[in-house]
Design a protein around this ligand. Structure first.
Ligand code: HEC
Length: 278
């Protein structure tokens, strides 16, 4: 009896599975998922290599300094970098005096020592990068109703981090004719900018890097749009993980120790059991 019952129960589950599979397959054929414009035209990030990639990756400090310059001269007009303090820039190879001068070049929120009222004062090395807008309402008002996100952790927050940022910066283009032909309703709205690397294809950020020589690099590197985009992306790898090199070094040290401990363990095993076998 129990046997028949269990066979019946098994048959019931098998039938239920077969039925739901059949139903799913039938719907897939009769009502295929709608073809969306994002599905057809969204692109995965371009392939781009950074000095910090891979198990032996190290930051190229010269490049990080160039990337910082791009952030400072271009992106900081709209994007905050609120997890980074000016003193952290010493890690990029700037001297104490240079860090002080960079900090002093930014205005940060302060307090008037005489009246106690809020005011603005030049930054000091212990300050964090200031926000370009007083609040989100001001940020939206200036940016087509979109808030420029903080960039400190951007390369950790998006798939393919730095490659994504690089692709986004170099990916602005006119909407392909094929897109408009297939999806006439998907025309990029006024004030937005077509970019196939952005998830919904239309971005509220105008192309920030548009012309060669937009910044003048101190080390003589040619400031092409491609170069500036790569440099600022490398800089954003650093802001998101300043301890990247230490993490990789620690990884190797731990592996070395484990190998050493394994050899030691094996040798003591041999020693303890020496002559006890057979
Ligand atoms: C004039 C203002 C402005 C400038 C300058 C600017 N951005 Fe933006 N950025 C925006 C706005 C607004 C958004 C939000 C776009 C949206 O959500 O549609 C944005 C979004 C982004 C995003 C996020 C995209 C995403 O996946 O959500 C990244 C990354 C970015 N900007 C990088 C940069 C970099 C790097 C620079 C400097 C080279 C820069 N931006 C300069 C306004 C600006």
């Amino acid at each position: 009896m129990a046997r028949i019952l269990s066979i019946l129960v098994g048959l019931f589950f098998t039938a239920a599975l077969a039925w739901s599979f059949g139903k799913g397959a039938y719907t897939q054929i009769t009502e295929p998922p709608a073809v969306t414009v994002e599905h057809e035209f969204h692109l995965l990030p371009k392939h781009v290599r950074f000095a910090s990639d891979g198990a032996f990756g190290k930051f190229d400090r010269q490049q990080l300094q160039r990337g910082f310059q791009v952030y400072k001269e271009v992106c900081s007009a709209c994007h905050s970098l609120s997890h980074v303090a000016f003193r952290d820039l010493a890690q990029l190879g700037y001297s104490e005096a240079e860090v002080k001068a960079i900090a002093a070049g930014f205005q940060v929120a302060g307090t008037d020592p005489n009246t106690g009222e809020a005011n603005m004062r030049p930054g000091t090395p212990t300050d964090y990068f200031p926000k370009p807008f007083a609040n989100d309402i001001a940020a939206r008002a200036a940016n087509n109703n979109a808030v420029p996100p903080d960039l400190s952790l951007m390369t950790k927050a998006r798939h393919d981090g730095a490659a994504y940022v690089y692709s986004l910066l170099t990916g602005f283009q006119a909407q392909p004719a094929a897109l408009l032909k297939e999806f006439p309703d998907a025309k990029t709205p006024n004030g937005l900018h077509y970019n196939p690397y952005f998830a919904n294809l239309n971005l509220a950020m105008a192309p920030p890097l548009t012309s060669e020589g937009q910044v003048t690099y101190g080390d003589g590197t040619k400031a092409t749009v491609d170069q500036m985009s790569k440099d600022v992306s490398a800089f954003l790898i650093w802001t998101a993980e300043p301890s990247l090199e230490k993490r990789k070094q620690t990884g190797w040290a731990v592996l070395g120790f484990l190998l050493f401990a394994t050899i030691l363990g094996y040798m003591s095993y041999r020693n303890i059991w020496a002559g006890k076998k057979h």
